[in-house]
Design a protein around this ligand. Structure first.
Ligand code: DHB
Length: 386
């Protein structure tokens, strides 16, 4: 097989890239190890930045988002006996939207027209520093396939073959692991809040998020290595009620049936550069952020917006300028979001050290009472223009 752009990975990054390229008349083929059903059903992020929504709308992917998604002006930050609303619209002129990655993936699949080969195996990338790179894999029936391309886009996450295809001397890896994880639940119950609540608590962080008027998504800080089955539903709700301040100023947390329970490890990871010869990395293939602040999906969308422009210029206009600048341009945003995610994480999670706890509370008081402090958080959370 031959195509212009071989895309490894059919998650939001890979499918959005393929969609933006197709709109500009650039052909691509997407390969994916998982099944279509698995990719469409996995539970992931839920918050879209202002610029992500603008980009999806311009790409013709905003119709359902604008009907079924929910625009939020800001978030609540809280600690015991205090809850503050930060209004991003007032502070930074930008809002965010609640719309699940699962829903965005469905929209991408529905809008997509080019070939996507699911359930491939043994994917390998070859001859990346030549102008005839290619990908080999086995299709779902086990037949060996060679896919030749002008360029390869690695959109296959941090465990995929793309980032590992960059030889060690050419790549640098920056990494931080955190001494805690999140226990995340999805519950069939109306959210107990109009906008997200980020709660600092001496026993650990908690977050009240949502997916719709009838589905809530909540998280608890738990120790690394926690088995989700070790937490009963009643224990989860009790701990959430305590950390989120049930009873505080008349606020109550409504529990409901839990439909999913899982543990997410937290890590920061950046691999540079994001380009090696004819291979371009986008999304989790190049970087992972801890979830606090909801940057992962938005960063993937921002990478893809830059990469689509760069590849269209390269393939259609034979202009290599944007492609040559892609890694540096994308990494500026990647490091800003890496810092913001690390900062939100360290500000809100209990470390067990009383000195850390006092610094965190001081920082929370500053961020909620100083316009300068609040504006910094708002700009980063609602997202800078792409
Ligand atoms: C969600 C996840 C986050 O990490 C976050 O900061 C906000 C919301 C969510 O899954 O809804």
């Amino acid at each position: 097989m031959r195509t212009e752009v071989a895309i490894v990975g059919a998650g939001p990054a890979g499918l959005l890239l393929s969609h933006l390229l197709a709109r500009a008349g650039v052909e691509s083929v997407v390969v994916e190890t998982r099944s279509k059903e698995y990719v469409a059903s996995r539970i992931r992020a839920g918050i879209l930045e202002h610029s992500s929504v603008e980009l999806l709308t311009e790409a013709g992917l905003g119709d359902r988002l604008r009907v079924e998604g929910h625009q939020h002006r800001g978030v609540y930050l809280q600690w015991p006996h205090k809850r503050h609303h930060l209004d991003f619209v007032d502070l930074a002129g930008r809002s965010v939207w609640v719309y699940g990655q699962t829903e965005m993936q469905k929209d991408l699949v529905a809008a997509h027209s080019g070939p996507v080969l699911y359930e491939v195996s043994d994917t390998r990338l070859h001859d990346l520093t030549t102008d005839r790179p290619y990908v080999t894999f086995r299709d779902r029936d086990g037949a060996a396939v060679t896919l030749e391309a002008s360029v390869i886009a690695g959109c296959d996450g941090s465990f995929g073959p793309s980032r590992a295809a960059v030889p060690a001397p050419a790549r640098r890896v920056f990494e931080r692991t955190y001494p805690y994880s999140w226990l995340g639940i999805l519950a069939d119950v109306a959210p107990s809040t109009d906008e997200l609540i980020y709660a600092w608590h001496p026993d650990g962080f908690a977050l009240h998020s949502m997916r719709s008027e009838t589905v809530s998504r909540l998280y608890l800080q738990v120790p690394n290595g926690t088995d989700p089955a070790a937490w009963s539903d009643a224990q989860v709700w009790d701990e959430l009620a305590k950390r989120l301040g049930h009873g505080q100023d008349g606020w109550t947390l409504a529990p409901g049936p839990i439909t999913d329970k899982s543990v997410l490890p937290m890590r920061s990871f950046v691999q540079t550069p994001m380009r090696y010869g004819r291979l371009f990395l986008a999304g989790d293939a190049a970087h992972i952020v801890p979830p606090t602040g909801a940057k992962g999906l938005n960063l993937a969308i921002a990478d893809v917006a830059l990469l689509a422009r760069a590849l269209i210029a390269l393939v259609k206009e034979r202009d290599a300028g944007p492609a040559d600048r892609y890694s540096d341009d994308a990494l500026r945003r990647v490091w800003r979001c890496t810092h913001f995610s690390w900062w939100m994480t360290t500000m809100l999670h209990a470390s067990g050290d009383p000195f850390d706890a006092e610094l965190q509370l001081s920082q929370l008081r500053w961020v909620t009472t100083s316009t300068a402090g609040a504006t910094g958080l708002a700009e980063n959370y609602a997202g800078l223009p792409i």
